[in-house]
Design a protein around this ligand. Structure first.
Ligand code: CP
Length: 318
């Protein structure tokens, strides 16, 4: 299938492990067009008028939930947010019944974040609306992977052949998994580093370079993607202390000097400043962290457009 024939219309977006490189390229190309809409004074276009989107978040979120809400609204859709702490979930309603209740209201897309790995897949097997995975446990966060690739392409002009270092809590990170599957398909050379206890076993089979010394991953890297230490998912101490982690694995200016002089610094947020990343690195001119947030909006607009409307021309006037 050539690129012109690729379509995501009606497809669930569950992860990047099973997404084609041509599908990812379609999202990235479409997101570039969407970014022009974000930069306008009047951002609203009628492309998705009459479509409805539910944000169903069982875990906290600032960036993903808000950007999906704005993405839908900028494209003219009706968007409703369900925060589970204020829903009938607290009365004991099951995931299945919650999904079926939303389905009965005739929504077109459910954007779902859930603490259980496979929850988005379960939702796609259970109800008929299109499911977009906004993060399922430590499994995948496909829209974060896509926005990270979009950001790399924006700054570097390509992904193929770049050395990308992914540093930190890989074990608990759905961002790491989506980055790894996506970047591999796009031809990047991936190096990961972190404490042995935070490096999952699948890495050995995934054809990526695994390091215990962060310095080895950073050496001549084009991109450094720093992951949040997910203290809330750690049931037992997996490293001696925060101070020890920052000393051995934290990305500071001295370590960053090992990467290429024009290396790009990324972080999916939210950050533990002073733990996995030093403040002067996070806010340095090499940092793309704020741009990642903006790009997240463009990528989510592109995805909503593509799953609901396919590859037709974008209607960009109000
Ligand atoms: N990166 C990310 O998923 O951030 P939120 O948890 O704020 O959505």
């Amino acid at each position: 299938m050539n690129k012109g024939q690729v379509s995501l219309r009606g497809k669930n977006i569950l992860g990047l492990e099973n997404m084609l490189a041509s599908e990812m390229e379609l999202v990235l190309d479409t997101a570039k067009e969407m970014k022009h809409i974000i930069d306008r004074d009047i951002k609203k276009v009628p492309t998705l008028r009459g479509k409805s989107i539910i944000n169903l978040f069982f875990e906290p979120s600032t960036r993903t939930r808000t950007s999906f809400e704005l993405a839908g609204k900028y494209l003219g859709a009706d968007v409703v947010n369900i925060t589970t702490s204020a829903s009938s979930v607290v009365k004991g309603e099951s995931l299945r019944d919650t999904l079926m209740t939303v389905e009965a209201m005739g929504v077109d897309v459910i954007v779902m974040r859930h603490e259980a790995e496979g929850a988005a897949q379960y939702a796609s097997n259970t109800v008929s609306p299109i499911i977009i995975n906004a993060g399922d446990g430590a499994h995948e966060h496909p829209t974060q992977g896509l926005l990270d690739m979009f950001t790399i392409r924006q700054y570097k002009g390509r992904i193929e052949g770049l050395k990308v270092a992914i540093v930190g809590d890989i074990l608990h990170s759905r961002v790491a998994r989506s980055n790894i599957w996506g970047l591999k398909k796009m031809g990047a050379e991936i190096h990961v580093a972190g404490p042995q206890t935070l490096l999952p076993r699948f890495l050995d089979q995934a054809g990526i370079h695994v390091h215990n010394r962060v310095e080895d991953a950073l050496d001549e890297a084009d991109v450094v993607n720093v992951l949040r230490i997910q203290l809330e998912r750690q049931k037992k101490g997996l490293f001696p202390s925060a101070r020890e982690y920052a000393r051995i694995f934290g990305i500071n200016q001295a370590r960053l000097a090992l990467a290429k002089p024009d290396a790009l610094i990324m972080h999916p947020g939210p950050m533990n400043r002073g733990l996995e990343i030093a403040p002067d690195v996070a806010y340095s001119e090499k940092s793309a962290i704020q741009e990642q947030v903006k790009n997240g909006l463009a990528v989510r607009m592109a995805l909503l457009y593509l799953v609901l409307m396919g590859g037709k021309n974008i209607e960009t006037t109000a």
